[in-house]
Design a protein around this ligand. Sequence first.
Ligand code: FUC
Length: 825
Amino acid sequence: MTNNLFKKKVLFILLFAISNFVQAQKSLVLWYDKPSGNVWERALPIGNGKIGAMVYGNVSQEILQLNETSVWTGSPNRNDNPDALASLPAVRKLVFDGKQKEAEILSEKTIQSKKSNGQIFQPVGSLNLRFANHENYTNYRRELNIERAISTTTYSVDGVQYTRTSFVSSPTNTLVMRITANKANSISLDAFFTTPQKNVKLSTNSKKQLILHGATAGHEGVEGNQLKFNALTTFKQQGGSITSNDTLTKITGANEVIIYVNIATNFNSYKDLSGNEIARTEADLQKALPKPYATLLNEHVANFQSFFNRVKLDLGSNPAAEQKPTDVRLDEFRTNNDPTFASLYFQYGRYLLISSSKIGGQPANLQGIWNNKMFPSWDSKYTININTQMNYWPAEKTNLSEMHEPLLKMVKELSETGQETARIMYGSRGWVAHHNTDLWRITGPVDRIFWGVWSMGGAWLCQHLWERYLYTGNKAYLAEIYPILKGASLFFVDDLVEDPRNKYLVINPGTSPENAPAAHQGSSFDAGVTMDNQIVFDMLSVTIRAAELLKKDQQLVDTLKTIRQRLSPMRIGQYNQVQEWMEDIDSPNDKHRHISHLYGLFPSNQISPYRTPELFVGANNTLIQRGDVSTGWSMGWKVNWWARMLDGNHAHLLIQNQLSPLGVNAAGGGTYPNLFDAHAPFQIDGNFGCTSGIAEMLVQSHDGAIHLLPALPDFWKEKGSISGLKTRGGFEIVKMTWANGKVTSLQIKSTIGGNCRLRIGAALKGKNVNLQTAKGENSNPLFVTEETAKPIISPKASIILASIPPTFLYDFTTEKGKVYTFDVQ
Ligand code: FUC
């Protein structure tokens, strides 16, 4: 090769690499050509699971709105109603006698919390940066690069180009903003804190640091002034000068400014507030301050990418659409084929989970870790009758198991606090949690009893513990969580009662979250509702499995099996629907956002096209009757349901509904310009729900096999690939490509060995593996499915079984650590 030719080749490779890099960058960026103004839902979220911030990207008046994971009102407290136990026989009798409304009225006094309805997740305040004479700017752009977890704002004033780069570093627990200009001595700013918190002191010190120290208030009779927080802003500038007055720091004529924000509280645990918030912020700052900026940045990016880069998704591309700002793409998504926007939204869900849920922090709440209001909707706490669970649907399957940790820890803590609730309110062993909890791990019923009576929160959350086991096969972990599972089941052993009408064992009082059948005079109370039965079934089943795997508690296993047999099967009603209630009183015109009785379809696996064909059709009818457009999270759930119905096009329709600007869906939710999900208001569950749904459209593993491309919509059929999704059994889809709707290549890694069963639409050929046609049950215990009882079908129903697309089912034996490669035949 001549020297020139060599140079040309190198240049070509370089250009190619750069253009690929730019392409990857572009597709994983949210960007805008206008500042946020004063609209919080336009600002861009950054966070490390402990500190969260919304970056407004305003030019002359920049705002970093600040949160810290443990800044909640109140202090350690409980909210059980001690009158519950004595009243339970009367409440149960009223329900069994069909007097649900009377039961509800009585329970308002005896079961509903007389104390706190839960405490509030609150903001710390804002760091404000004023740039004088920056009103007239050009070349404006702000972006959030979700592949690097960095927000950048650039603009020019008087020919000088300014750049602000912000990120929240995990390794140092510090928010960092660096401000640069392409002309020396151009950066001048005033910085100061503001806060809606009442009990605070703002100050500066001799190091020109800004300090915001305070304590949160009490709420609903729970003592305040206990949870202390400290926010500390530190400046490091090159050139120019720095001065401060009592609450403001002024920088004049600098070449570069780096701003460090540290926030901490005295919170150690739900029962211990003995930490030192001031020492903590100092200690964190000392981790960041000595490091060169480039090191801080690189360590942050490396840490973030160690999670984020595990999964890559390509659903196809539409270059014309991709050139537009994110808010314009959002506006056009429902009428445009913009598959990169769907993959961006999928990855944004993963970005948000990494940024709002990390070991050492609290689980992502209703708003993740981002809230600017003192009284946010539903206190921005943990609604555990769907919303908190939905936050964690993507965790295992999108290869972010570590992000699951804060939730799993919360379940453990609820299993501690919930024991007293079980004992005092129900006279039961074990533990129980109702439909909400908060930083203090309250487990009593909150809000009006219409909603609060539901006692399944803890048991549903336990499925997350079990799911982690199914994805990892880690027996030591199983032994750790077993007492929590056992406690949740013991509660049911004591709390289930025989329904005199039909002799089934039922939960009474129970409810199908937040809905009420017209036939019950507007009361939500009932006994033996479908979702209760499904959750109890799962709870008993996983406890039985865990005990058997650990070779423990044989007698208890026998008891649980006996009880499980006495639960009501699911029912198919007169409208060919899965019944929500024990009686056939559902309305086909009910559009309620919760479709709790389809818990059995997703996230559970009690309804299956292969094992329960009648219920599968019933679920389809229920989904059609309930309709598509609803609140954001409800649409997110529906993406998962339609994926489980093997209907990719309907799932995609829901993604289009969800990814519509707020206001487009009459009487429904949508998406804000910063791609936060809109209930409305902002609720992060919808983001996470849809992310999980997109994964479920590509790979499922709940039904005895790894099902590849179970629900690929026409929009994504042409060509695509996915890398890094995890499945039950500890398998990883190293890479799967497809074209024209069919898998074209596949690599699967086994991380723990065991039988791997694949379900796939086209015949496969193993390259380094012998595929067998699968027969009988999957021998891998991590894929076990429980037998769902045959449904009771109304004589008025006429179920026509669905035709399920044919698939191939293969088995092959795997070894821990090995990668298996396949071709399509
Ligand atoms: C449940 C839902 C509401 C809302 C709230 C936080 O009560 O029914 O729609 O999402 O949680």
